[in-house]
Design a protein around this ligand. Structure first.
Ligand code: SAM
Length: 168
């Protein structure tokens, strides 16, 4: 089971980027999404995406991040440019059954670094929680992405147009 915890979400500023964190988490194989600030719009939009495109992925906003991290029984991976390289981290986390991946927004509190089982960098340059999360999940799944067959629609790959079919 993979849980993604997004901390530092500010609904008025981060709406788009936190939505992207949730969409990437779902598309690249996470099962649970937690967001530290309550945001009913984010929940509603994400649930609607899951209904249309499939995937049994849960979302909960307004969680107390410290409690979630403290009570999690598994590996806590904090994505940060200061962490261990993703190459080395993969050797350590690859066989874990339960992983919580923590991504920040602006400044991440020091406690997150200390509470994490491992701090992991996707390169040592500052970039984006969306990019870091996508690459980490993609590597974790050996460069694969899940198929979702339980949505209302699905896309058939097409090099020159859009082919969308309704699921029966
Ligand atoms: N200097 C900030 C900090 O306190 O970490 C960077 C904030 S960055 C805009 C937002 C988030 O993107 C970070 O909290 C981290 O989760 C992720 N991130 C950015 N660059 C990263 C990198 N090179 N490797 C892993 N995660 C990264």
């Amino acid at each position: 089971m993979i849980t993604v915890l997004r901390i530092g979400h500010r609904p008025e500023r981060d709406k788009r980027i936190t939505t992207h964190v949730a969409l990437v988490a779902r598309a690249f194989g996470a099962q649970h999404i937690l967001v530290d600030t309550r945001d009913p719009d984010l929940e509603k939009n994400f649930i609607s995406t899951c209904e249309r495109w499939g995937g049994q992925v849960s979302i909960r906003t307004g969680v107390k991040w410290k409690d979630e991290v403290r009570n999690f029984k598994g590996r806590i991976v904090h994505l940060t440019m200061y962490g261990e390289t993703v190459d080395k981290a993969m050797d350590i986390v690859k066989s874990d059954e339960d992983i919580m991946i923590v991504v920040g927004a602006e400044k991440v509190p020091r406690e997150v670094y200390d509470m994490a089982t491992i701090n992991v960098s996707v390169g040592n340059q500052p970039h984006s929680e969306v990019a870091a999360l996508a690459i980490f999940l993609y590597r974790l799944a050996d460069c694969t992405m899940p198929d979702f067959d339980d949505g209302q629609m699905k896309i058939l790959p097409n090099p020159r147009g859009k082919t969308v079919v309704e699921n029966e």
